[in-house]
Design a protein around this ligand. Structure first.
Ligand SMILES: Nc1ncnc2c1ncn2[C@@H]1O[C@H](COP(=O)(O)OP(=O)(O)OP(=O)(O)O)[C@@H](O)[C@H]1O
Length: 251
């Protein structure tokens, strides 16, 4: 079983603290949603875990007591402007960079084709990524994150540009991957209903700290949500047993 441990992680931008002594532990086969207000430090936290930002403290990834390096992590950044002329297929293949040599093997090409099929991207495979819509680009970069079969998936707002159907397709795919491969998935998301539906745990970042890290049913209450977001909300279960949140007014 893989474990990701974060101990006393602190981080600042130009001396301005963003994360202050964050502690958390995540285990394989589980999805954790990272929530919090704009600027709470969600992106910074997963960039620290990915090794893309300097921090104090410890980030430790182990599998069956063996320490793993960051090559086992795949990171999907927030949607950004893409100018690359590479096709969707080539872009996904880059997810295998750490394994590629001067020659691309048939097996590596097959891995790319498999993930393209899984995310139903066949029609886009030969299209330059810069010509794709925001949502299509997000799917291509998600495929790039999956293709190396990472032990840890770090996804920064993976559904932000997607229509409702694709939000479900993507989150179903992440959940299936995480359970089948016994991987750890952390996903930053603002949609509390998707977070509730797809996560095993929710981590609320607030004031630079972990405000809560618990099962969705234990944290999705107005008494937790309203002070964090400074809103008045109504949280209910619908007839399907899914949590719904109605924001009533800002406070
Ligand atoms: N490159 C940077 N230089 C200086 N400050 C930064 C930089 N990137 C982020 N920050 C600051 O760090 C804080 C946390 O930013 P971060 O992007 O991690 O927040 P977030 O919770 O992901 O926000 P959002 O929900 O809006 O995406 C913010 O106050 C932000 O202004």
């Amino acid at each position: 079983m893989a474990t990701l441990q974060i101990d006393s992680l602190s981080c600042a931008y130009k001396g301005k603290p963003v994360l202050n002594c964050v502690h958390a532990e995540f285990s394989s086969g589980r999805l954790t949603a990272i929530l919090g207000r704009n600027g709470a430090g969600k992106t910074t936290l997963i960039r620290c875990i990915a090794g893309l930002h300097d921090y104090c403290g410890k980030v430790r990834l182990t599998d069956k007591e063996k320490v793993l390096d960051r090559s086992h992590i795949a990171y999907l950044p927030q949607l950004e402007k893409i100018t690359s002329s590479l096709t969707a297929f080539e872009t996904i293949l880059l997810g295998l960079t750490k394994q590629l040599t001067w020659k691309v093997s048939q097996e590596q090409l097959q891995k790319v084709s498999d993930v393209i099929r899984e995310l139903k991207l066949e029609a886009l495979a030969d299209t330059p990524v810069k010509s794709l819509s925001g949502g299509q680009k997000q799917l291509v970069f998600l495929a790039q994150a999956f293709v190396s079969e990472p032990k840890i998936l770090l996804l920064d707002e993976p559904t932000s540009a997607l229509d409702i159907r694709h939000q479900l397709v993507v989150m179903d795919t992440v959940a299936k991957y995480c359970k089948e491969k016994d991987a750890i998935a952390l996903f930053v998301i603002h949609d509390l209903m998707l977070a509730s539906r797809y996560s095993d745990s929710i981590l609320f970042l607030h004031d630079g700290k972990v405000h809560a890290l618990d099962r969705p049913e234990n944290v999705l209450h107005s008494s937790v949500i309203d002070p964090i977001y400074q809103i008045e909300s109504l949280i209910e279960k619908n007839s399907l047993g899914l949590t719904t949140l109605t924001p009533i007014r800002p406070l």
